[in-house]
Design a protein around this ligand. Sequence first.
Ligand SMILES: Cc1cc2nc3c(=O)[nH]c(=O)nc-3n(C[C@H](O)[C@H](O)[C@H](O)COP(=O)(O)OP(=O)(O)OC[C@H]3O[C@@H](n4cnc5c(N)ncnc54)[C@H](O)[C@@H]3O)c2cc1C
Length: 497
Amino acid sequence: MHYDVIVIGGGMGGLTTAALLVRRGLRVLLLEQGERTGGYVTSFTRKGFTFDATGSFLGGCEEGGEFHKLLAQTGALPHLHFLGIETARNIYPDFSFDLHLTGGFEEYLSEVKKRFPEEQKGFEKYFALLRRIGAEIGRFETITRWQMLLFPFFFWHLIRYERASLGEIMDQSFQAEGIKQVLSSLPAHLPPARLSLLFTATLISKVLAQGVWYPQGGMGTIAQALETAFVEGGGEVRLKTEVERIEVEGGSVQGVVTRGGDFFPAQTVVAAINIRRALIDLLPEEYRGRFSSMVHTLEYSLSSFLVYLGVKMDLDRRTLPYFTYVSPGDAQVEYDQLIRGEMPDYPAVIITIPTLLDPSLAPPGHHIVRLMTPAPYGFRDGWGWNDQSRYRTIKEEVAHRLIRLVEGRYLPGLLKQSIVIEAATPRTLERYTANEKGATYGLAPTPGQIGRGRPANKTPLKGLYLAGHYTRPAHGIVGAALSGRFAADMISKEYRR
Ligand SMILES: Cc1cc2nc3c(=O)[nH]c(=O)nc-3n(C[C@H](O)[C@H](O)[C@H](O)COP(=O)(O)OP(=O)(O)OC[C@H]3O[C@@H](n4cnc5c(N)ncnc54)[C@H](O)[C@@H]3O)c2cc1C
């Protein structure tokens, strides 16, 4: 069989690229090392409980939203149903705060404004800036040739704030620590001083603008829907097939070789995997040089630790909403500890109870409680990885510490009423997806790694493209899916030519 395109990796980036290209008439083969597609976006079942391996929410699923449109283009939309997440609770050391999310960005804004009336002026200034940046990012997607020529005129804010951090702008806008804590509680595993302002503006004004969503049936349904659409379109998926080498001859890609030794020829290859593996480990030695300095200066995101609990408890939305964020207090102090390889005593914790949205994920009368916290890959010699019993002990110890923390404050009796307890360390995340040291979000969204600061989707090597959360435009389920669209658009253009 001859393929036009081979996609390496069946995460959101790879699946989206593959599903789009097959619909545009190309012959596409997707190779995935795991037992199923999805990468981080997958579900697993234990004793009748369906757990989400990683994600908890996504944006852009409303009619006409960014992700909704993309799913329609791939053919996956009819296989999915999204449930709106109504409330998120943020708990800080001195106060807690329920955000009602169904009204989207405007409702979120008015609630934060009400909570901090003394910050009214700074607030208006800050959000006016975010809106202006958001508008420029929106315009950038349909940039015309003459706008490109007059770039500084049309995209003044993107240039001015390219290297700005969220912390810097918040310090200029606000006095109270409380409002800074609320506005920096974002999915990035970075403290405000290291988090890109442009990333924040994109996330708030574009991805989360109309609220946040959860797919009925669990996160894994998103990957299943994309895979189904791809196969329905005539694409081919091979699971348990790890790509070990990308063949290059005379400066052009020729195909890939798998661990099993099979060679699949194709003149276009999309590597939707860990960028270091793609550009260093998989390429022939003579082609690595041109990428090595770029790859070695990249900063990867921190990893995560997760606990999955199947519980027999009487929970409802009055106990906790679906999504609760427990702040570590000082995000900078927490981050410094994590970077040193330590697990903080009072870390940031995200508690999710997906059965409040979709009861079918657990047996009747039961619930799923999932805990997630940022975690360093190097904790206690890399989680004692070389010694299986030490690894298990460390994992159990950290899981129980997290359970006790949540049980003591928010869910009494959690441990005792658990029927299933499982945990995932950074090593688990790495093992299943080959992400760099279990990086949660691929590249860290620092000011230097946003927009043009991220590796481009088309590489200088003829026929080699990149997708996924190490590339443009961003991380996250929607970010990685969009990277797939970017890569697919470039490849289609090349074929049309
Ligand atoms: C704990 C956690 C929580 C998160 N929460 C959210 C959230 O709530 N909302 C959100 O939007 N995002 C969230 N994210 C981030 C989001 O899941 C990712 O940014 C996104 O899914 C990345 O997709 P990807 O395609 O880039 O990569 P991946 O999901 O890593 O997929 C890569 C795939 O490639 C395969 N692969 C790797 N190497 C090879 C090889 N050599 N040959 C063949 N196959 C290979 C892997 O097995 C994997 O299936 C979370 C991530 C984590 C870890």
